[in-house]
Design a protein around this ligand. Structure first.
Ligand SMILES: [Fe+2]
Ligand SMILES: [Fe+2]
Length: 582
């Protein structure tokens, strides 16, 4: 602290508690008297305080109890207020002597050398360095005069400092939201002590002298803290600030506050709206290239729309299932089974995409999707185990039961399409072109073209016929997630193409080729002619129509026109979108 501020603080203390001010001055003597040329020894006797003997030799001052060996050069007797005036240089010794406020017995002219003694401009470290001792009682009790009440605005707490060993004690310090600090020896009534900092007297000396930082003291167990740490940290900052040692921290704090304000809401759901961002969805059809959600917004949507498999109520579903004849059960097992195995596959096959993600934002989103897919697999497995009574006792066992009845088109898409590209990405995670191929396969064809279409139609059918209400609820949540996944895929591919037009060709090739084969997955096992059939009350024209149009919309956002339906779909399509009554 600079000398002027120290003098002002000393004046404030002296105005209210002159004895405390005098004790502070006596504490600084070993450092302050070092400025006086020795040899010199004097006794200093301040009213109501213990007399001291100061012995100065070779620029070092020793302070001990008065009345020790031999006589002193002089004896100084005064009151606390006068000592403050002397120490701040407010009044010189001659004036004080003349006014009778300072009484000198012994060699008076030696006393004039006290002019060089000033208690201001002395750092606590100087006192310890000069062999002096820091008195915790003085240092805690002067805090209300050093810490500006304004600094404490917004803070209301009481903490205890406990200095153990000889010279120690307990001090309770209260911050009172803009009021002056209050320091007491007894715990204040009606105020909870939220934290205690405990330190030995020796360690206190080193810490107060600035030899050990508070954090080092905690790390090395010199200080132990019980209860809340932050109030003690904040108080430590105020103490530092009162000694002019907090400027760098204040600048850092201000800069960080600005950055925090700037960053606030980085992960907020702002701009995400109500939908899932998938431009292939009816409700989101107006989303063009500019209105696509970004990865951060898609992540925020994920947080907002998390759901729990365990909370879905299958009570009605179980009853409906057991009362349904076996043949109808088998048809449902095939339909839902292809989703069940599919969800497990997309969980496992998404994993290699994560280390290959070209940015952290993409990696985070894909991690949320990985959790979604695991949850979807868990959802289908729970339905398979608890409702459909699949016989095996674990997931893989139940999966292999349904896997046996899956048809060749399914295998072509999942084994030859998705699994193959996932393996290649795993082998070459740095190949962005391959990653683009993977997202086009996974998000546009498997999820967007195949899964979302099937989910929408099956769920609409079940809702229309009040079938499996628990399943419908969960399936709706799955579908919502899938739209979010597709929205990510479209966003990523749009960005990739904008950066490198060669990716457009990759997307066009992968989607056209795989979608053409994937469309056959819609046909149930009983179908003879994939160009014309009925499934779940929908004609193949309706099914192919919905799948084709949503794909077309998404691809248009990427600036890609897909081939006409006659070329891409196994059979004719019908406009418009099927909308069964609920
Ligand atoms: Fe899924
Ligand atoms: Fe998905």
């Amino acid at each position: 602290m600079d000398a002027d501020r120290q003098a002002a603080a000393l004046e404030r203390i002296a105005a209210h508690e002159p004895e405390l001010a005098a004790r502070l001055i006596l504490m600084t003597l070993p450092a302050a008297a070092g400025h006086i040329r020795g040899p010199l020894s004097f006794d200093i006797d301040v009213d109501r305080l213990e007399p001291r003997r100061v012995a100065i030799l070779d620029g070092r001052a020793r302070v001990e109890e008065a009345g020790g060996r031999g006589g002193a050069d002089f004896r100084l007797h005064t009151d606390p207020r006068t000592l403050v005036d002397l120490a701040t240089g407010h009044s010189g010794p001659v004036r004080l002597i003349l006014r009778g406020r300072l009484r000198i017995r012994g060699k008076r002219r030696h006393a004039l050398r006290l002019r060089r003694m000033s208690a201001t401009g002395v750092a606590l470290g100087d006192i310890v360095g000069a062999g002096g001792t820091l008195d915790p009682d003085v240092l805690f009790r002067i805090l209300p005069y050093l810490v500006e009440p304004e600094w404490t605005r917004g803070h209301d707490f009481t903490v205890r400092y406990q200095v153990t060993g000889h010279g120690g004690g307990d001090w309770y310090i209260q911050a009172r939201d803009g009021e002056r600090l209050a320091v007491t020896h007894q715990p204040p009534q009606d105020r909870e002590v939220v934290g205690t900092a405990r330190v030995s007297f020796e360690a206190y000396q080193r810490m107060a002298a600035g030899e050990v930082t508070p954090i080092r003291a905690m790390q090395s167990q010199l200080t132990t803290i019980e209860g809340q740490i932050h109030p003690i940290t904040v108080l430590g900052r105020w103490i530092d600030r009162s000694q002019g040692g907090d400027e760098a921290e204040l600048r850092r704090e201000e800069a960080q506050r600005r950055l925090q304000a700037w960053r606030a809401g980085l992960y907020a759901a702002d701009g995400a709206g109500q939908g899932q961002g998938d431009p292939g969805h009816e409700r989101e059809a107006a989303r063009d290239g500019r209105a696509l959600l970004d990865y951060r917004q898609l992540y925020a949507l994920w947080e907002r729309e998390n759901w729990k498999v365990q909370e879905i109520d299958f009570a009605v579903d179980r009853e409906q299932w057991v009362t349904t004849p076996r043949e109808a059960q088998e048809s449902t097992i095939w339909t839902l089974g292809s989703f069940f195995v599919g969800e497990e596959r997309v969980t496992a096959d998404l994993a290699p995409f994560l280390p290959a993600a070209p940015s952290g934002e993409i990696e985070l989103f894909l991690a949320t999707q990985l959790v979604d897919e695991a949850r979807h697999a868990a959802f289908f497995d729970r339905f398979g185990a608890e409702v459909m009574c699949l016989s095996a006792d674990d997931i893989r066992g139940r999966m292999s039961e349904v896997e046996q009845i899956l048809l060749p088109p399914w295998r072509e898409v999942f084994d030859d399409g998705l699994r193959d590209v996932a393996r290649r990405i795993k082998a070459r995670p740095d190949d962005l072109g391959l990653f683009v191929e993977g997202i086009a396969t996974y998000h546009l064809v498997i999820e967007g073209f195949l899964a979302v279409t099937g989910q929408t139609l099956i769920r609409e059918y079940m809702l229309e016929h009040s079938l499996y209400p628990g399943f419908c609820e969960g399936f709706g949540l799955v579908e919502r997630d899938e739209h979010r996944h597709v929205a990510f895929g479209v966003r990523f591919l749009r960005d990739a193409i904008a950066e490198d037009a060669r990716h457009r060709h990759t997307v066009e090739r992968v989607v056209t080729d795989l979608a053409r084969r994937a469309a056959y997955v819609f046909a149930p096992p009983y179908v003879q002619d994939p160009s014309d059939y009925v499934s779940y009350g929908y004609s193949s024209r309706q099914i192919y129509g919905l799948a084709y149009r949503t794909l077309k919309r998404r691809m248009r956002v990427l600036g890609i026109e897909i081939p006409p339906a006659e070329e891409l779909m196994p059979g004719p399509i019908e406009e418009p979108t099927p909308q069964p009554a609920r």
